[in-house]
Design a protein around this ligand. Sequence first.
Ligand SMILES: [Zn+2]
Length: 243
Amino acid sequence: MFEWGVSIMPTPDQDWRNTTLGTRVRVALWLRDEVRVGNAFSKADLRAAIAGAEQVDRRMRDLRPAGWVIRTNLDKPSLWPEQLYLEKIGAPVWERTYRGAGLRQISAKTRRDVYARDQHMCRRCGVGAAEAYPDEPGSTARLTLGHVNPHAEGNTSHAEDLITECARCNELVRNLTGVQMDSAQVWERVKVLPSRQKQELLEWMTADVRPLRPVERAWGMYRQLPAALRDQMASDLRSLLES
Ligand SMILES: [Zn+2]
């Protein structure tokens, strides 16, 4: 028996196996043709399919701002921690006119403005540019930009949708799978705070941002000064306090 057309080979420009296509396009085509809407897959499946490409997970996440809905077990508790679920296909990024759909192109000016507005500090954990993380002595925090709500649809590259984040928080916030922090562990810390600080923490939680106090704003600005001017300012402040 001869079987006709059991599997129709896609044209090369719509074949996820075509290594000359961009990684984001290949991931999109693989999801469309192999996973198909309404099915679960794992990161391991994705990495195995698009083997050898750089940053496959990140390219998959880059589909979200193009309207693709990919759920994790955080949004869909029926999934296993390593599983993802293709709920909706968004912009057809394999088509030339949609190649750049949802890709954020943040202008140099916006980037500068957001950093300045946020006083060159990570708005999620408070670390400043080039400072060490309190729990990681000797580390050096690197600042980057993230979205206020990275998992929302329709994020823009305008300043009001952007927030200064350190690379560590950015990765935590953007990461689709895996809960990095143990809730019981966090609660242990929260429980022992004095009640005033509990109250303060609740305010930050409600606002979903830690507002910068004037002293922190001043610190952030001070940190942007060259070393010689910082030394000068420290000595000026010392004299001011001693006078
Ligand atoms: Zn941070």
